[in-house]
Structure formats: structure tokens, C-alpha cells
Design a protein around this ligand. Structure first.
Ligand code: GUN
Length: 292
């Protein structure tokens, strides 16, 4: 193995410890307790598991958490009324509406209603617009891309001037990751399902952020020697040796990539733990904005 392993679990724990220490100081000073309200609409088991782990993290860090659940057949009006109620609730610092929502709902409209000071996911058009524009600052950066950049910076990877290739252009990861990298003066290429000669494009990259949701698609011979590889993928593959009958792998073929890359995140234990850590950081930041 030539690559240095980027230990997301360890770095996420450091972020969580810092957040918990600041939360304790704020609470002792009688300031607003950082409190996250999660909104789950419908019954997707993966979404239910994600919101449960976000609530658990709040408790572990001394923060408050409120979990709201609407049925899969909730109306647009019900979803909007809930966001408006949480906007008005002075005990709520941050609001997170778990995505995807059921397809009959207008996601853009629901997200656009979240008060920008409570938009801890950074998905409101106002926050994304500020992230996209030069000289403007979002109040909150979307948690997974924020975690990716944090891992690169903590590992000492130079972003300025680097050729960065982002695989995937989703609203949740690929697009905001590309915007963040541009903001840090990387030269950024965003690849997607219509990109011609993906392998040749990825081979130019000093930094690769893989967020395409395709099991081990990025092969070792796609990677420039010494490149930093951040693997956002979480894909389940059958594994008879595991009790659950499956194991998780990324969008990058780790066994091949670790022999070529300079830095690499494992799956699990890389980007995954960072998402919740950055959400906790954003929720603390929301409380600091609302009650400095
Ligand atoms: N679904 C998958 N990732 C995320 C995330 O970071 N935030 C929200 N709200 N939904 C998601």
C-alpha cells in the first residue's frame, strides 16, 4: 500500500469533541442550546436510519433534538406548515428535511421555506446561491461535501491550483463539492453519466471526489500516482462471510486504488462519519448565529 489512509472516523470524532466542548460552554453560559429538528417524510428505512443517527449524535454531544415524522402521503401543505412551525420555534436552531422526499412533493419549494439561519443542510437556494458566487459566503455548507474538503485539508492536501475531478453532479454532494473546490482555487472538472472517456479525465486529477453511487467503478489504473481520493460511495455488496450477508464498499476499487493514490478514504470509516460531524458543527453554528 502506498497511500496514506485518511481516517474519517478519527477526524469526525475530533470535530465532535470540539463541538461538544463548545456546546457545554454555551449551555453553562445560559445560551440557546443547539437543537436540531429533523423532518422525515415517508417510511424509507435508509432515511429513517439516517435521521435516527442524527438525533443520537445530538444527544451524545449535549445538543437538543426534535424528530418530526410525516406519513408518505403527506400533502405539500402539511410539509410546508411543518417547516414554517419549526422556523417559528425559538428552541429550534437547525432544520433538516431528510431527502429524498416522496416524489409527489415539491422538494425545491419545501427547502426554500427553511429560514436561512436554520438551514443546517445548506440546501436552501439562498445558501447554494451564495456558495456558487464569488465573494459571497453561505451561512452553511452542505455536510457531506464540507466533510470531504475538511478531510483533504486536515490531511495536508493542497487544494489551491490542484486539478480536481468530481464524479457525480447531485445537489447533495457532487455539485456543492465542485463549488467548494472552485472557491478554494482548484481547477474543477465535473463528470457525470454523459462524460466521454471518464478514465482519461480522472487520470488528470490530483484530487478525486467520487460520488456516483456505482460500486467500485473507479479502478486503480484511472488514478494518477499520488492523487488524493475521497470516496463518498456507500454501496452494499453480497458477502457470505458477514452475519448480515453483505458489506459496504465505495465508488472506488479500494484494493487497487490504495496501491497508486497518495491519500485515500476507506469505506466505511471515511466520508460517512464526517457527514454527521459536520451537521453537528453546522447546528452549533446555527445556535451561535441566533444567540451569539
Ligand atoms: N439524503 C442523503 N444525504 C442527505 C443529507 O446530507 N441531508 C439530507 N437532508 N438528506 C440527505
Amino acid at each position: 500500500m502506498t497511500a496514506q489512509l485518511i481516517d474519517g472516523k478519527l477526524i469526525a470524532q475530533q470535530v465532535r469533541d470540539e463541538v461538544a466542548a463548545t456546546v457545554a460552554k454555551r449551555t453553562a453560559a445560559g445560551k440557546m442550546k443547539p437543537t436540531l429538528a429533523t423532518v422525515l417524510i415517508g417510511d424509507r428505512p435508509d432515511s429513517a436510519a439516517y435521521v435516527a443517527s442524527k438525533g443520537k449524535a445530538c444527544q451524545e454531544l449535549g445538543m437538543g433534538s426534535i424528530s418530526e415524522h410525516l406519513p408518505a402521503n403527506a400533502t405539500q401543505e402539511e410539509a410546508e406548515a411543518l417547516v414554517k412551525r419549526l422556523n417559528a420555534d425559538k428552541t429550534v436552531s437547525g432544520i433538516l428535511v431528510q431527502l429524498p422526499m416522496p416524489s409527489h412533493l415539491d422538494e425545491e419549494r419545501v427547502l426554500s421555506l427553511i429560514n436561512i439561519e436554520k438551514d443546517v443542510d445548506g440546501f436552501s437556494p439562498l445558501n447554494i446561491g451564495r456558495l456558487a458566487q464569488k465573494g459571497r459566503e453561505p451561512l452553511f455548507v452542505p455536510c457531506t461535501p464540507y466533510g470531504c474538503i475538511y478531510l483533504l485539508e486536515k490531511s495536508g492536501v493542497k487544494i489551491e491550483g490542484a486539478n480536481a475531478v468530481v464524479l457525480g453532479r447531485s445537489n447533495i454532494v457532487g455539485l456543492p463539492a465542485a463549488l467548494l473546490l472552485i472557491g478554494k482555487n482548484a481547477t474543477v472538472t465535473v463528470c457525470h453519466s454523459r462524460t466521454k472517456d471518464l478514465a482519461a479525465t480522472v487520470r488528470q486529477a490530483d484530487i478525486i471526489i467520487a460520488a456516483i453511487g456505482k460500486t467500485e467503478m473507479v479502478r486503480g489504473d484511472w488514478i494518477k500516482p499520488g492523487a488524493a481520493v475521497i470516496d463518498v460511495g456507500i454501496n452494499a455488496v453480497p458477502d457470505a462471510t458477514k452475519k448480515s450477508g453483505q458489506r459496504l464498499v465505495g465508488d472506488v476499487n479500494f484494493a487497487e486504488a490504495k496501491e497508486v493514490a497518495g491519500f485515500i478514504t476507506p469505506v466505511p470509516g471515511g466520508v460517512g462519519p464526517m457527514t454527521i460531524a459536520m451537521l453537528m458543527k453546522n447546528t452549533l453554528c446555527a445556535a451561535e448565529i441566533q444567540d451569539p
